[in-house]
Design a protein around this ligand. Structure first.
Ligand code: MN
Ligand code: MN
Length: 458
């Protein structure tokens, strides 16, 4: 057998950078745009606001129920400031289905409890309740920023963002010094820092007669926002890493950032739908909320909100929503856990995804025997593989880790409940859910190409 014949018989992953050396400039330029997004949108609210602005500047207008839209019209619908559905109306009737790309814009973080403030040993703290799957020890001894909204007793709604500007103060969770960590070091990694131990330091100055650091912080909050401790009960505040994205490597080939999962798929979906001038099949890009805690809640994909939106679109065309769903296709655009050779034991090499090997197409997620997986059909995997090949998108397949090592779920299951064909397609990451995650610029760019390919599918 010749080497060529053998090559044709074997399956091998491809490097994006090796296949498209001439595209490095384009790949890096796209990454610069992505960094602006990831650095300014650290919560689902901020990501939704970014999408509204970005899309409005490119001709999208707010959806009005009952209004007739024609092919090529660009609309968006915002669900409670935390989720957005961007739509380009297709030339074909919605009975022929639509192309949907859904990514979530919530990321693991530390939410403040409703009565967060307390003082201990002269230090003023926030109590937190972590959101999503985190390794708690990773959140100590790093700079934290505070984001969110405060809805006050007197009816105001105050946007909060402290810690992102270079001149802002940041917040901090302490860890025990190694010198006296004998007991801590003998604990399991999951217990070294506990959930109730994730207390955020917010001040130490007791500039008042009561000699209270907490009271002084409340004085400052009252001066800055006009709020009292009671107003914090009706607030939604969260601590996220106060870290800007950075290029990684001498070759600058990668980006480290907080919240790649899943804004690294949301940005390609947003930029792809905004790049469309017209489409055959109606195109939808969705930013979903609450994925990290099971897609529950009115802004998560278990809510009927999206189905109601789709129904309204169908009614506008006298199309049948059920027929529309049956003929639709969806990318559950979510990140994949790339193979990490430093933790080889957790993976099965053949069926892992790798950095710079393109978007990862995941047929099934789940855990303990594919439990909870949507598990796309061979027909759908073949359709998507052909679509990506035909459009020059470098792709790979990959599971999360070796069998029975753990597992995950995505919004694919919620989309499948609507009787819509769905498959996970996303960007492979290292250190997923860490405060600072790692992605290859080449894979992010391929994700953009993959989104365009789906929207333009013949
Ligand atoms: Mn995700
Ligand atoms: Mn996640």
């Amino acid at each position: 057998m010749t080497t060529e014949e053998a090559k044709n018989l074997l399956y091998k992953r491809e490097s994006v950078y090796a296949r498209y050396p001439e595209a490095v400039g384009e790949i890096f330029q796209y990454a610069n745009g992505y960094r602006k997004f990831i650095d300014s949108a650290k919560t689902e609210r901020e990501a939704t606001a970014f999408a509204v602005k970005y899309a409005a500047e490119r001709g999208f207008v707010p959806y009005e129920k009952g209004k007739k839209y024609k092919a090529g019209d660009k609309i968006y619908y915002v669900n409670r400031q935390k989720s957005i559905y961007l739509t380009v109306i297709g030339e074909e009737s919605l009975d022929r289905g639509c192309s949907i790309i859904v990514a979530h814009t919530d990321s693991p973080r530390l939410d403040l409890k409703q009565i967060p403030m307390y003082e201990d040993s002269g230090i003023s703290y926030f109590k937190t309740h972590y959101y999503g799957g985190i390794k708690k020890y990773q959140w100590a001894a790093i700079p934290l920023a505070l984001h969110g909204v405060i809805c006050t007793k007197d009816g105001r709604k105050i946007d909060v963002s402290v810690g992102e500007d270079e001149n802002d103060p940041v917040f901090y969770i302490s860890d025990l010094m190694p010198h006296i960590s004998k007991d801590q070091m003998e604990k399991k990694l999951s217990e070294g820092i506990t959930g109730e131990g994730l207390n955020i330091i917010n001040g130490v100055m007791a500039l008042n007669e009561d000699n209270s650091a907490k009271l002084y912080i409340l004085t400052l909050l009252n001066e800055k926002y006009g709020i009292t401790e009671r107003d914090l009960i009706t607030a939604e505040l969260t601590a996220v890493p106060a870290l800007k994205s950075r290029e990684v490597g001498f070759d600058r080939s990668m980006i480290a950032a907080y919240g790649h999962d899943d804004r690294v798929c949301a940005y390609p979906a947003l930029t792809a739908i905004c790049a469309l001038s017209g489409v055959k099949r109606t195109a939808i890009a969705m930013f979903a909320d609450k994925e990290e805690i099971g897609s529950e809640g009115v802004t998560g994909l278990r809510s009927a909100s999206f189905a109601h939106f789709l129904t309204s679109l169908c009614e506008m065309q006298n199309a049948d929503m059920k027929t529309c769903c049956a003929n639709s296709i969806c990318f559950s655009a979510d990140v994949g856990g790339a193979y990490d050779p430093c933790f080889a034991d957790a993976y099965e090499k053949n069926n892992s995804s790798y950095l710079d090997r393109g978007v990862v197409v995941t047929k099934y997620t789940g855990s303990r025997g594919k439990g909870g997986a949507s598990d796309a059909s061979a027909e759908l995997v073949a359709r998507v593989a052909k679509l990506l090949d035909d459009n020059g998108v470098v792709w790979q397949t990959g599971e999360y880790g070796k069998v029975d090592q753990g597992g995950t779920g995505t919004v694919a299951t919620e989309i499948a409940m609507l009787n819509i064909d769905v498959i996970d397609v996303g960007v492979p990451l290292l250190s997923m859910h860490a405060p600072f995650e790692l992605a290859s610029k080449s894979d992010i760019y391929m994700m953009y190409k993959a989104c365009l390919a789906l929207y333009n599918e013949k």
